[in-house]
Write a protein that binds this ligand. Structure first.
Ligand code: UD1
Length: 335
């Protein structure tokens, strides 16, 4: 049985991926510094899968701690989620973002190289494409200069991995996520934004729950079907399963090059107003919202061409936007 280290394994996407790994029979060890989650998530994973993953509270910025973890554990592969992810905050605190997102990555890759650990999966983002010239976005679309230090950490991260794979003969996959939403059907794990949510779905569910007065829809003058911006919202369980597919590809040595990257989305673009409509339908509520000006840095539209991920990873999404929003609403009501 392969033992997989999941960094940030108690976070939103990490916890869902741990569940899928355990369901697939992998042994999981989690490292998390609990900076943006709580320890309860470990018990909730246990409740879902019947198996408690090994857990270590380690801060990956502390090289000695990373080193002593690897001294004491034999690991077959790493799925690396641990990172800061707030775009606006990254503009205020760029060095925190570079230290955490890049520093940790370098230490992990050094350990992999020193110990002959071969398989690495990296959380990347569709943000690397910026506003793509053509939609849907294929993996061949050029990357655009990053709009924020956060986005830059994803671009630089991919570069670091690519160069390391070449130099040290490691094998890695970067998954470029579109917009992950929803949560596990058990409603035991989900997204727990601290403070005012920046992302659309938690803002919608908190507004419907009465925590926020009203949702501001950022712009209705985009050149899209209804004037609001378009994104590719992917159910987090579908996204988690893409990690299993990528990991199996590396384990069975089916990868064509040392470093591969894939778009992970549904292939379907939804506008903000469509998301609101779908939410109102599944929740049977009326959402309080108003149209305001555009949010700085937002792009018009992004959705994935998933042909390569579907064919090469042999992976498909199975869950609809309605299902994801229904799950997100149930999760919100539980809080
Ligand atoms: C954001 C990040 C992106 C990150 C992704 C992760 C920015 C500029 N980009 O993407 O780098 O990878 O989250 O999930 O922050 N919206 C509203 N009202 C709100 C919130 C959002 O109208 O209160 C709109 C936005 O304008 C956008 C859509 O909803 O059109 C989705 O927004 P959001 O969930 O923040 O995701 P992205 O901006 O796509």
């Amino acid at each position: 049985m392969k033992k997989i280290l999941v960094t940030g394994g108690l976070g939103f996407i990490g916890s869902h991926t741990v569940v899928e790994l355990q369901n697939e029979g992998f042994d999981v060890v989690i490292i998390d510094n609990l900076s943006n989650t709580t320890i309860d998530v470990l018990e909730n994973i246990h409740a879902i899968t019947g198996k408690k993953p090994e857990f270590y509270k380690i801060d990956l910025r502390i090289k000695n701690d990373v080193n002593s973890f690897f001294e004491n554990h034999t690991i077959d592969g790493i799925i690396h989620f641990a990172a800061y992810k707030a775009v606006g905050e990254s503009v205020q605190k760029p060095l925190d973002y570079y230290e955490n997102n890049i520093g940790s990555l370098v230490y992990l890759l050094q350990e992999m190289n020193n110990r002959n650990i071969d398989h690495f999966i990296f959380s990347s983002s569709c943000t690397v494409y910026g506003q793509a010239d053509n939609l849907p976005i294929t993996e061949n679309a050029p990357t655009k200069p990053a709009e924020s230090p956060y986005g830059n950490t994803k671009q630089i991260g991919e570069e670091i991995i690519k160069e390391s794979c070449k130099a040290y003969r490691l094998n890695a996959v970067a998954l470029r996520y579109f917009n992950p939403i929803g949560n596990h059907e058990s409603i035991k794990i989900g997204e727990l934004p601290l403070g005012t949510p920046q992302n659309l779905i938690p803002f919608i569910t908190q507004t419907a729950a009465g925590i926020r007065k009203e949702l501001a829809v950022f712009g209705d003058d985009y050149p899209t079907k209804d004037g609001t911006a378009v994104r590719d919202y992917i159910h987090v369980v579908d996204l988690a399963k893409a990690h299993i597919a990528a990991l199996k590809r590396l384990i069975t040595k089916q990868n064509k090059t040392n470093f591969e990257f894939f778009n992970v989305g549904t292939g379907k673009g939804s506008s903000v107003l469509e998301v609101i409509k779908s939410f109102e339908k599944v929740s049977n509520t009326k959402l309080n919202y108003k149209i305001v000006g555009r949010r700085e840095g937002d792009i018009t539209a992004a959705y994935a061409d998933t042909t390569i991920a579907n064919n090469v990873l042999n992976w498909q999404t199975t869950k609809s936007l309605d299902e994801a929003l229904d799950a997100a609403w149930k999760w919100q009501q539980k809080q």
